[in-house]
Design a protein around this ligand. Structure first.
Ligand code: MG
Length: 379
């Protein structure tokens, strides 16, 4: 009997050893699993690899890239389809191959109904450690499906006021002054800009932004500073420049230095790389002022909701962020945004080949779609 991988390889769906081939997926595009003879749940999980093209080269302290691999998922039940997505920037360690391997092992036919979300998502979480983006792709599709079956958007199921969505920041990557100024001009409708720092030209970056606009700025150093005294000096300078918080200023392992910085900094210090999921709260409590939650880091909407509750119980600030993603995962995260202090949900705006429409931004503010589930539509 052929293994599933061998079957897919024979069909040209997996390029031997080199991951998926994006251009020659052929027919069928969807890799259907989970529909097993003799099982009656009626839930079918499908997934297919896709590659997002970034409008601009994306430069962080860790390097540059122009594409992001994603896996698009669907869960179908009684002719209703929920959409999900795994976005897998390379530094997080997931890939088309790892997501394929994980999702191939997900058997939803053992559950009588998609409404058993707690049991289903606990099962998915326990299949294997890690794989949080792949897990998020099932979590989001299941939330979308269940919301559609209930005919309600998730913000309403959670009892949230859609008018309380925050402004979203728009990301300005590290670049030469003239490129930065041009990007800032393009970002004119946004009320807060997220400026990437950490590659040695921090003051030049901020001065380039300030030469074009007076709008609020937050900064993301992506672990790029190594000296705590220099980091503290920078937080004072940044406050004078109208910066409202600093994300992941130093390496996540520099716990004592970050705790000291948080105690002395005039600006809130937000954990991003230092906190992935619920289990990491012990590492950030008392060390940071707040956390940046992303569905791809924590495993989806259910984990993100829990993390927001935990952060509030610990009197911490909450930001909700994203990777470069389609409007699917970005809109799923936006359903939670009435609960947070800051949102960085611009991932869909950074790509030029989105396949969904969902949230929109009006005068910098997140506008939630009022459709059921996560509220997206295929383009
Ligand atoms: Mg960050």
């Amino acid at each position: 009997m052929k293994t599933r991988r061998k079957f897919l390889k024979d069909c040209g769906l997996i390029a031997g050893g080199a991951g998926f081939s994006y251009v020659s997926l052929g027919y069928p595009e969807w890799i259907g699993i989970n529909k097993k003879p003799g099982k009656s749940s009626g839930m079918t999980l499908r997934f297919k690899p896709y590659e997002l093209h970034l409008k601009h080269v994306f430069t962080l302290a860790s390097g540059s890239r122009t594409t992001t691999p994603v896996m698009l998922t669907e869960i179908e039940f009684e002719n209703m389809v929920g959409y999900g997505e795994a976005s897998m920037p390379p530094y997080l360690g997931e890939s088309h191959d790892s997501a394929n391997a994980f999702l191939t092992g997900v058997d939803l036919t053992q559950f009588a109904s998609p409404f058993l979300m707690e049991e289903i998502l606990t099962y998915v979480d326990q299949i294997a450690p890690g794989n949080y983006a792949a897990k998020a792709s099932v979590d989001i599709a299941l939330h979308d499906l269940v919301g559609k079956l209930m005919k309600q958007p998730w913000y309403r199921i959670w009892g949230l006021n859609p008018k309380r969505t925050p402004n979203t920041s728009f990301t300005i990557g590290i670049d030469k002054p003239e490129v930065v100024k041009e990007k800032v001009r393009e970002a004119a409708p946004y009320r807060i800009l997220k400026v990437k720092l950490g590659q040695g030209n921090d003051k030049e970056m901020i001065q380039s932004v300030r030469s074009v606009t007076n709008t609020l700025i937050c900064v993301d150093v992506n672990q790029g500073w190594t000296d705590r005294n220099m980091a503290l000096e920078m937080t004072h300078w940044l406050k004078e420049q109208g910066v409202v918080f600093v994300e992941q200023p130093m390496p996540k392992a520099a716990i004592d230095d970050i705790a000291w910085l948080t105690q002395n900094s005039p600006l809130p210090i937000i954990a991003d790389e230092a906190i992935q999921t619920i289990a990491d709260f012990k590492k950030v409590q008392g060390v940071y002022s707040g956390i940046n939650i992303k569905l791809m880091k924590c495993g989806g909407m259910r984990a993100a909701y829990t993390m927001i509750s935990m952060a509030r119980a610990l009197d911490m600030k909450v930001m909700i962020g994203c990777m470069t993603e389609t409007s699917c995962a970005v809109t799923a995260a936006a359903q939670l945004s009435p609960l947070v202090d800051w949102a960085d949900l611009d991932g869909n705006l950074l790509i030029d080949n989105d396949v969904f429409e969902g949230i929109t931004i009006r005068d910098g503010k997140i506008i939630l779609p009022d459709g059921p589930g996560i509220g997206i539509r295929k383009i």
